[in-house]
Design a protein around this ligand. Structure first.
Ligand code: UN1
Length: 486
């Protein structure tokens, strides 16, 4: 049945592919000033205009903030409305897939997983509307790499807690966020409780420095999170939470006991699915010296089989990277490595669109990597059996701690390595992407984020106040002193 629903959704999506143009604009509770408008591009087909976006500007933020009112519905009503939104997202699957392909360059595999995740976030947080009080206005700033799932996850958590939300989607992907907000409004979230502000950095800055904002959810780079943190400290109440999910320099260790086929599949998925544009993606592979030659032979063979191209084709494995700037940065990194003779393998790429071929680069260790390269580029280092603790120390020394992968058949090693590594999500004998709402909450440590994990039991609680109500005195039936945590 699910397959049939999916097939039908793909067919509906095809209707949106060829010609449909979407419109996005600030969705505010009052008439607010607006900025200029721009076309939204398709990263795989540069001649395709996916739609138009009218931008918010700092004045839009000010008007939206004054119009914002915490969501007055009861916890039970919020549950019903968020679940209704989940139904609407599912009912519009075809349009979601089309938008994810055309605006974000997502393959069908990624698009299906992303819709699933957005719906899961809505339903998971819908079940957690009880307890605590709204903080007031919550600002949500989300990235282009999960333009539906992360956008919806932040917004749904803030709404579940009863806040008013001001949401800024990434500049590259305003159209799908706009539709998501329309579905949330249609489900019954009032406009005063959810306003969306498509815009650039100045809109983010206006949100971060607006003293009426009571808390902030952010997913994006570590550097931007640090700027947000500093700005919040200057303008917002000291207790206003920052829930940040940021970058990573994610490693995998493959020792000589690993099952080669399993390791290669996990490596290919972790490094190259979503064209490597996940904060969870594998960036640095450590292979034990004894098996390195054979494993790399298998790995390059598997990479050769990956189909890079227009994600609209169902057979496509790797879509484009998000835009020209992203491509230029990744290509410069590959060229630098090539000039140093460190490119192990790369492939030709389609010349239309912002495509980058999957590439392997040799490094001496993760300490040679100074920053996260957000694309289909995997760095490879080798280690000797006796050096495993050194490798762990080098990985921890990066200061990041998002995902980590281990391929081994030694039980004691699983125990030892997983205890020693600092990372929010540790994956053993499988790929290291694709966290699942509820059963595998996702989030990092150190430079990778503040926690609590998205899709986990503690997440919504961070979006609310927890008051202690103390009652004393001798007054009728209330004579018993009571302490209530809420
Ligand atoms: C991100 O890429 O910003 O587990 C985070 C995963 C995803 C990662 C999302 N939840 O692969």
């Amino acid at each position: 049945l699910r397959d049939r629903a999916q097939r039908e959704a793909v067919e509906t999506g095809r209707g949106f592919f060829a010609t449909h143009e979407w419109q996005a604009a600030p969705l505010t509770a009052v008439e607010a000033p607006q900025g200029p408008s721009d076309p939204v591009a398709n990263p795989a087909r540069l001649s395709d205009t996916v739609g138009q976006v009218r931008w918010a500007v700092p004045e839009t933020v000010a008007a939206a903030a004054s119009a914002a009112r915490p969501w007055q519905a009861s916890a039970a009503e919020r549950t019903v409305i968020l679940n209704r939104a989940a139904d609407l997202f599912e009912a519009n699957a075809g349009e979601v897939f089309a938008l994810l392909h055309r605006e974000a360059g997502k393959t069908m595999l990624d698009a299906v997983a992303e819709l699933r995740e957005a719906v899961d976030f809505l339903r998971y947080y819908a079940a957690r509307t009880e307890g605590g009080a709204a903080l007031g206005i919550f600002a949500c700033i989300s990235p282009w790499n999960f333009p539906l799932a992360i956008f919806t996850g932040q917004v749904a958590a803030a709404l579940a807690a009863g806040n008013a939300v001001l949401a800024k989607p990434a500049e590259q992907t305003p159209l799908i966020a706009h539709r998501a907000v329309e579905w949330l409004h249609e489900a019954g979230v009032p406009r005063t409780a959810l306003q969306s502000l498509p815009g650039a950095g100045e809109v983010g800055a206006a949100l971060t420095s607006n003293p009426t904002v009571g808390g902030m959810a952010f997913t994006g780079s570590t550097e931007t999170a640090q700027i947000i943190h500093r700005t919040m400290a200057k303008h917002l109440a000291p207790g206003a939470p920052l829930i940040a999910e940021t970058g990573g320099l994610n490693a995998m260790i493959v020792d000589s006991t690993a099952l080669p086929e399993q390791a290669v599949q996990a490596i290919v998925e972790s490094a190259f699915q979503s064209a490597g544009q996940r904060c969870s993606a594998l960036r640095c592979l450590y292979v034990q010296e004894d098996i390195a030659e054979d494993l790399l032979k298998m790995l390059t063979g598997a990479m050769e089989a990956l189909l890079v191209g227009d994600p609209w084709e169902l057979s496509c494995d790797l879509g484009p990277v998000i835009d020209a700037e992203a491509k230029a940065g990744i290509v410069a990194h590959i060229e630098q490595a090539a000039s140093e003779g460190r490119v192990i393998k790369t492939f030709p790429t389609p010349d239309r669109g912002h495509f980058v071929a999957p590439t392997l680069i040799r490094v001496s260790g993760i300490d040679q990597m100074t920053r996260e390269i957000f694309g289909p580029v995997l760095h490879v280092a080798t280690f000797k059996a006796t050096q495993i603790d050194k490798v762990i120390a080098a990985i921890n020394a990066t200061g990041y701690g998002l995902t980590f992968g281990l391929q081994t058949r030694i039980d004691d090693r699983v125990q030892h390595v997983s205890e020693a590594i600092h990372a929010g999500n540790i994956y053993v004998n499988r790929n290291q992407i694709g966290a699942i709402v509820g059963s595998q909450p996702f989030g990092g440590e150190g430079l990778s984020g503040t926690g609590p994990k998205a899709g986990g039991p503690l997440y919504v609680d961070r979006f609310r106040r927890h008051e202690t109500l103390l009652m004393g005195g001798a007054w009728g039936a209330q004579a018993d002193p009571a302490t209530v945590q809420r």
